[in-house]
Ligand binder design. Structure first.
Ligand code: C2E
Ligand code: MG
Ligand code: MG
Ligand code: MG
Length: 291
């Protein structure tokens, strides 16, 4: 999308009446609230293998810098756009940006893997598969460089159509992660029926697990369940060393959080990566001897 502002304005007019299948509503007040060209960009947050400390990928996260309001929280933007045709344009832009960035990193000798978030409406048609296939082909990237994250609530709207799209993606070799696990509905059904590779434990459980025994129990049993089903488990919201240690002891595969790195622009991620040193487990420092 060369001129996103024009594109979004055009679609914004249409968006006042929700497009087919959404079941949601769009306030026309949302329309002037949508981003213009150059106001949105992707940030990248590292994902680290817990046992080796190796950086295994990044999650791409949308950032909107509003000319007057400053940084707008992505959830606010997604909520405004989700039931309108604008969502598709945003997602298209995200996919284009992320795949182009993967090619840039690859060309710089940095083969990265990226995970991006999609909304329910993006999965109601096969357009997203066609676009991804086309861009991967254009840049000569293999499908295993890319993963899509979906949320459980997103699956409720039209599970059959969503499943068709997910199966196509999966056949292409694109991994699917179930995001925010534990906060939605029918989690077990989803684990059984969807072509998943990964489960991401919601950060609300991870943030509390160092202090709260219930949160820790939920995290531990999710790790065990996902592991038994052959799924990779990622914990998001890992903010400190204690949480990292607990996750490590529980056998969690991958962690993402401020303890390792915040979401950052692509150029900054390159600098972060060149300076990155894996955390070292030092048993004696925080576990004092008994005698
Ligand atoms: P998410 O996909 O679950 O993303 C993880 C969120 O956790 C991100 O919030 C990230 O910045 C935050 N986070 C990461 N590490 C930590 C930590 O250690 N502590 C705390 N407190 N938070 C941490 P963010 O970037 O604000 O995104 C919020 C949500 O907005 C995302 O949740 C996702 O659902 C949605 N979103 C973001 N970008 C996109 C996008 O491109 N497309 C779609 N459809 N949704 C997006
Ligand atoms: Mg996510
Ligand atoms: Mg999440
Ligand atoms: Mg979320």
């Amino acid at each position: 999308l060369g001129d996103l502002r024009t594109a979004l304005e055009v679609t914004g007019g249409v968006a006042a009446s929700p497009d087919a299948g959404g079941g949601g509503r769009a306030e026309s007040a949302d329309v002037p609230q949508l981003p213009g060209a150059g106001e949105i960009r992707m940030y990248y947050q590292p994902q680290v293998a817990i046992d080796t400390g190796e950086v295994v990928g990044v999650e791409a996260l949308l950032r909107w810098r509003h000319p007057d309001r400053g940084m707008v929280h992505p959830e606010e933007l997604i909520k405004a756009a989700e039931h309108t045709a604008v969502m598709r344009l945003l997602t298209r832009r995200v996919i284009d940006d992320v795949i182009e960035q993967l090619a840039t990193w690859r060309d710089a000798g940095l083969p990265m893997r990226a995970s991006l978030n999609v909304s329910v409406r993006d999965l109601h048609s096969g357009d997203i598969v066609d676009q991804i296939e086309d861009r991967l082909h254009r840049y000569g990237l293999s499908a295993d460089r890319l993963q899509l994250e979906i949320t459980e609530s997103a699956l409720m709207a039209d599970p059959r159509r969503v499943l068709v799209t997910l199966s196509r993606l999966s056949r292409l070799g694109i991994a699917i992660a179930l995001d925010d696990f534990g906060t939605g509905y029918s989690s077990m059904q989803h684990l059984r029926r969807l072509p998943l590779s990964e489960v991401k434990i919601d950060r609300s459980f991870v943030l509390g697990m160092a202090e709260d025994g219930d949160d820790a129990a939920i995290v531990r049993s999710t790790i065990e369940l996902a592991g038994a089903l052959g799924l990779r488990v990622v914990a998001e919201g890992v903010e400190d060393e204690r949480t990292w240690r607990k996750l490590r002891a529980a056998g969690c595969h991958v962690a993402q959080g401020w303890f390792y790195g915040r979401p950052m622009p692509a150029e900054e991620f390159g600098v972060w990566l060149s300076r990155y040193r894996p955390p070292v487990l030092q048993e004696t420092r925080t576990e004092p001897r008994a005698n």
